[in-house]
Design a protein around this ligand. Structure first.
Ligand code: ZN
Length: 441
């Protein structure tokens, strides 16, 4: 009897941990059962991936799906719908919602809700505050929790731990890697008076300057070394930090954002105005060049979108009244594929940053590589397909993208989550199958 599978992906070029090879993949019970399946094998469903690259299911480790919050802007069902359309098999969702996910009751609500409504698999951050430090050691071990998130500088929402005393107490509270928004809150507040409402949008990067980010990261690294607590510095945006972090590989991993790799000041502020405003800010070309160097020398562990939607009307307010944050969960894969086609990184490195990297940094179980026994998560990619990003394609209810009008070469054509084909050729299929990602506690 020939081998039988639930799903077979034939004739594709697979990006395996040990290299890129033309091979077939057999799936049983939601997991990868075999690579290199014999020709006579049969399956309930077969996908002909001729001309396509078969990547392990890509992960966006940094999204804000705003749920609970304002469903007219974004929610878990709409944000994960956007994710699978954009080629993502999993997202890790931030806790600064309204209300924030900072205690066992709210976490429990979100765990149940996410498993009912999510189109892709989902990891959940819990927020650290000055008042929930005693609970963090337990919360970080919760089902589906990828880690604790600390806002050391202010951004959207009311979560903040800005002083060294409380930061040190957070670091001594548990043991898993903590993800940080690193900007020095004191410097932000000290320099706020230098600016006024209606100043040009580019003032955003002058207020939240290089020293604001670098000082925040120096303080966090000193405390991480003193406490021995692993750190993940989110959205590193300066050449100075990327250089500095090379000396902290024993204790720190780091992320850069697709926006910082793709958009550049002052163009983003002149052209996009409030729709170019995010934290930390998009900076000048020397910082973008440093980010690419850090992608290519291995300094960077993960790339995220920091998908952070706001209502269009609010983004049209003058600076600094417009909220900071840009959409990106639906566009991160196409934009990164375009960078691959432009020769800025290899497809293998892209998979490392959007799959193996997040799995390693956060300790995701069964994710991050195409290998027997791993979850049958796949992103199928047509590296030749040319397409323009249009706002009409965006399904987040806020309805805008800072990448509108960008011509892309390379496009995700199917998303498969634990053996379920959830997206094929722009069509989202079936019902939400997302589950909480499992993490090593
Ligand atoms: Zn964020």
């Amino acid at each position: 009897m020939p081998a039988h599978f639930d799903l077979l992906i034939r004739n594709g070029t697979c990006v395996l941990p040990w290299g890129t090879e033309p091979t077939s993949v057999g799936v049983r019970h939601g997991r990868i059962a075999a690579l290199g399946v014999p020709a006579e094998a049969t399956a309930d469903q077969t996908i002909d991936a001729k001309g396509l690259f078969v990547l392990p299911g890509l992960i966006d480790p940094h999204v804000h799906l705003r749920d609970p919050g304002d469903k007219a802007v974004e929610s878990i069902p709409t944000g994960t719908h956007a994710a699978v359309l954009g080629g993502l098999a999993a997202v890790f969702d931030m806790p600064n919602t309204a209300p924030s996910i900072t205690d066992a009751e709210r976490l429990s609500w979100k765990q149940d809700y996410a498993e009912r409504e999510s189109w892709c698999d989902i990891g959940l951050y819990v927020g650290g505050t000055k008042t929930n430090i005693p609970e963090l050691a337990k919360l970080e071990l919760g089902r589906g929790v990828c880690g604790v998130k600390i806002f050391a500088g202010s951004s959207t929402g009311d979560l903040m731990v800005e002083d060294d005393e409380h930061l040190e107490r957070v670091m001594r509270s548990g043991r898993r890697r903590i993800a940080y928004h690193s900007e020095d809150e004191y410097r932000l507040q000290d320099r706020k008076h230098l600016f006024k409402s209606g100043d040009p949008y580019r003032c955003h990067m002058e207020w939240r300057d290089v020293e604001t980010a670098f000082l925040g990261t120096r303080r966090l690294m000193a405390l991480a070394r003193a406490t021995g607590r692993p750190a993940h510095i989110l959205h590193v945006s300066t050449a100075e930090e990327l250089d500095y972090l090379k000396d902290f590989r024993d204790i720190a991993t780091c992320e850069v954002l697709v926006n910082h790799l793709t958009q550049v000041a002052p163009d983003c502020y002149d052209r996009l105005q409030g729709f170019g405003v995010m934290n930390p800010p998009i900076r000048g070309p020397e910082h973008q060049a440093a980010s690419w160097r850090a992608i290519n020398d291995g300094t960077v562990d993960t790339v995220g979108s920091d998908h952070a939607p706001h209502a269009r009307g609010k983004k049209q307010l003058p600076w600094p009244d417009c909220p900071a944050g840009l959409t990106g969960v639906q566009t991160i894969v196409p934009v990164m594929l375009d960078h691959v086609n432009a020769g800025r990184l290899s497809l293998t490195r892209m998979v490392d940053l959007l799959c193996a990297g997040p799995a390693r940094v956060y300790g995701a179980v069964g994710k991050g590589r195409l290998a027997a026994g791993y979850d049958a998560d796949f992103t199928l990619v047509d590296l030749q397909r040319r397409r323009r990003i249009e706002e009409s394609w965006i399904v987040s209810p806020c309805g805008w993208t800072p990448f509108a009008g960008m011509d892309i070469t390379g496009w995700p054509v199917a998303t498969i989550v634990r053996g379920n084909v959830v997206m094929r050729e722009d069509e989202v299929l079936g019902t939400p199958v997302g589950k909480l990602v499992r993490f090593i506690g």
